[in-house]
Each structure stands twice: as C-alpha cells, then as structure tokens.
Design a protein around this ligand. Structure first.
Ligand SMILES: Cc1cc2nc3c(=O)[nH]c(=O)nc-3n(C[C@H](O)[C@H](O)[C@H](O)COP(=O)(O)OP(=O)(O)OC[C@H]3O[C@@H](n4cnc5c(N)ncnc54)[C@H](O)[C@@H]3O)c2cc1C
Ligand code: SF4
Ligand code: SF4
Ligand code: SF4
Length: 360
C-alpha cells in the first residue's frame, strides 16, 4: 500500500472487490490497508483514481473572482466558523431537491462526513472541526445521488475534493457542487480521541464547538459543554489540543507541503476566514465572522447568484489574496512533531504535549 497518502478514500471507494479499507496508521491518520489481499484482481482502479498518483487530474479552474460574504441569518452565522457561506449555499441546494455532504460529530465526538437531505439536518455539518474527517462511504453515496439526477453539495478539505473528483471521473457531474477551504492541515482522530479521553475524563460531554467566542469572532476557542458546566479557555493557546494544532505539530505529515495551496482549484468554491478584513475594508468587520469566497468555475458563478438573504460584496482577487500567507504557501515541519507522535503512541496525549513543550 502507498507510503504517501492524505487519506481521501478514493482508492477504497473504487475497489470492486473491497479488498482494501481505510484504517488508521500509527499516528492515527487514515490510509488504505489490505483487508483481503487474496481477493485483489489487479485491475489497477485504486491507482488510477489516486490524486497522489495522477498527474492528469485537471483543476476545474483558476480562481475567477472573490467575494466577502455574510449570511444575514444571525443564527446560521453564529453556528458557522465565519460568515456562514456553506449554510447559505446548502439552502439553495435543498430548494433544488438536492443533498448536502459535510463533516459532523459522530459517536464519541469523532468526526466523519455525512449526507443530509433536508434543512433541519444540516446544522451538525456547520462549523470547522479541526480533526481529519472519516469519509466512510460518502463517495459511493454521492455517486448514487448523482446517478439519480439529484444535486449534491460536497464540502471538505481540498485533498478530499480532489479525491472525490477523481473517483467520479466517469460520472455525470453537472449537478455536483464542491466547496473546499483554505486548509491549515488536520490532526488525526487518534490525537483527538486521546485528548478527549485524557483531558475531559469523567465528564459527560453534550456538545463541542471548535470556534466559540464569548467576546466575538476574533477571540475564539474550543468549547466543551458538559452536563452541568462547561470547559472553555479564554486564551485558545492554553488548550493543549488547539495549541498543538495551531503550532502545526499534530497535523498530517503530508499537510506541510500540500500541493493544493495554489491558485488552480479542483472545487467550484474555495473559502476561508476573512482574517485580512480590517486591512482591506476598514468599515466592515462587526466581529461576528466574514467568509472570503473564491469562485473558480462558471457553475460557481451561477450558484452564488442564486443565494438569497446574504450580503455578498465582490472584491478583486488581489485584495482577497492580500496578507494571506496561509493561502498559497507551505509550512515548515516543527522539530517537536516527531517527539509529539512518539509520545502519543507510547504514553498518550498528555505525555506527548509534555515532551514537546515541557508542559506540566
Ligand atoms: C481543518 C480546517 C482547517 C482550516 N484552516 C483554515 C485556515 O488556515 N485559514 C482560513 O482562512 N480558513 C481555514 N479553514 C476554513 C474556515 O474555518 C471556514 O470553514 C471557512 O471560512 C468557511 O466558513 P463558513 O462559515 O462558510 O462555513 P462553515 O459552516 O464554518 O464550514 C464549512 C464546511 O467545512 C466542513 N468541515 C468542517 N470540518 C471539516 C473537516 N475536518 N474536514 C472536512 N470538512 C470539514 C463542514 O462540513 C462545513 O460543510 C479551515 C477549516 C478546517 C475544517
Ligand atoms: S487493483 Fe483493483 S482489486 Fe486490487 S486493490 Fe486495487 S482496485 Fe482493488
Ligand atoms: S486514493 Fe487517497 S486514500 Fe487512496 S492512496 Fe491515494 S491519497 Fe491515499
Ligand atoms: S493541508 Fe492539504 S493535505 Fe492536509 S488536509 Fe488540508 S488539503 Fe489535505
């Protein structure tokens, strides 16, 4: 099986004999593994669809235009990570009888993708979850919905979108809409599970929000709601999980040199937090979240026109890209990464953090 892999699951979804399955590697990141090697018929489909292998996967376009986006529904915006673009687009897709697929918390607060078919079910999909999402069987479900002639909106990391596009290369995709985002990288499910078990032990967890702020959008942190009280650190860097993520220590090894940080895109929309807002528009920030939306395709242009109940301000690509080093550049691998994952494998999350930062 492959040594370089960002876990998009396209290979597993395309295997006609199910002789491979996604499993976690030692660091807890998803990779394909043999489950029945003797059933492999050597058809090569798994290699054909792999975006790591395939140089012929054509980007769908290059950023054509950019918008600053604010969903006018305060509730929707509040549950989203920035301006609530994804929710507004999902409303359009549901109006057309479509299906929406994104990342939600699942059993024991692990993160996985799911497809939902109506507006009431979409709320768990809103908001960023800073964990590698388990794609399960959603590529196969999406294929089936498209074959039934339904619209499908898929949101995921740029590498997941590339995997999906490769997997669907022989399927009619006129009704597929894809959204990916400026991606800082993802920690593994093992890191997240170990953090939850060790740092929230003995508590009955009811709700988790990665991007929660009592003082507004800029001052966000991880909130864990227990049965009778809550965990919340005013300074997000005091939470060890967020600190390991934001210092790029706990992310997948492939994320440091991610090839999707470029202007050519595989999605219809590429979105991110408008962290440069106060440097490009001095009177717009109300401290409640704004999404920067890059539109990459003609289909994207048509769909953004359909969105209602939103403030959508067109800006130039140059402005949108200004002060956004996170958009196009790779990251340096921190010296602590190796120690962190050795500690995690040997003794668990708390020890891994201690080894990295001398935390007590
Ligand atoms: C792991 C991660 C890293 C990010 N890094 C940056 C960054 O460095 N800079 C930046 O500007 N923006 C980053 N973002 C994007 C940003 O946080 C917002 O998602 C984006 O601004 C869109 O906001 P929204 O309000 O329109 O939609 P939201 O409702 O906040 O979310 C958009 C969609 O993202 C999907 N999603 C959430 N978590 C995951 C996940 N783990 N895997 C796959 N899909 C997921 C959700 O299903 C939802 O459909 C990151 C998001 C994630 C998940
Ligand atoms: S070669 Fe074909 S049968 Fe074998 S693992 Fe790949 S997709 Fe499955
Ligand atoms: S298709 Fe995706 S999951 Fe499979 S090997 Fe390639 S990158 Fe990894
Ligand atoms: S940084 Fe790149 S490789 Fe890592 S999860 Fe994001 S898109 Fe995938």
């Amino acid at each position: 099986m492959k040594s370089e892999c960002f876990g998009c699951s396209a290979c597993v979804s395309s295997c006609p004999t199910q002789c491979i399955a996604m499993e976690q590697n030692q660091e807890g990141f998803f990779v394909p593994k043999w489950v029945a090697k003797d059933q492999c018929i050597g058809c090569g489909k798994c290699m054909e669809v792999c975006p790591m292998e395939k140089s012929s996967l054509e980007p769908m376009g290059e950023m054509k235009g950019a918008f600053l986006f604010i969903n006018r529904d305060a509730y929707d915006r509040n549950l989203s990570s920035s301006g609530g673009f994804f929710k507004a687009l999902s409303d359009v897709v549901f109006e057309l009888g479509g299906v929406v697929c994104g990342a939600a918390f699942q059993e024991n607060f692990m993160v996985g993708h799911k497809c939902v078919q109506n507006k009431d079910e979409v709320y768990p999909l809103l908001g960023s979850k800073y964990v590698q999402s388990d794609l399960g069987n959603v590529f196969l479900e999406i294929q089936s919905f498209l074959q039934q002639g339904r619209y499908v909106l898929f949101a995921g990391t740029p590498c997941q979108v590339a995997g999906l596009k490769n997997f669907l290369k022989d399927v009619e995709c006129k009704k597929l809409l894809t959204v990916d985002f400026i991606c800082a990288g993802v920690p593994s499910q093992k890191v997240w599970e170990s953090y939850i078990k060790e740092c929230h032990q003995g508590e009955e967890i009811r709700y988790i929000q990665f991007r929660y702020g009592t003082k507004g959008w800029w001052e966000w942190g991880l909130r864990v709601q227990y049965a009778h009280h809550e965990y919340w650190k005013e300074n997000r860097m005091e939470d060890p999980y967020l600190r390991m993520f934001l210092e790029n220590i706990s992310i997948n090894s492939y994320c440091y040199s991610c090839k999707y940080r470029e202007k050519r895109k595989y999605s219809d929309f590429y979105v991110g937090d408008a962290w440069n807002i106060n440097r490009i528009r001095t009177n717009m920030d109300d401290d409640r979240g704004i999404t920067t939306v890059f539109v990459n395709t003609k289909k994207g242009e048509e769909f953004i026109e359909k969105i209602q109940n939103a403030h959508c301000f067109e800006i130039s690509l140059e402005e949108a890209l200004q002060y956004r080093e996170d958009l196009l550049h790779g990251k340096k691998i921190p010296d602590e990464r190796k120690r962190f994952f050795e500690g995690l494998t040997g003794e668990g999350f708390a020890r891994a953090v201690q080894l990295c930062l001398n935390w007590s």
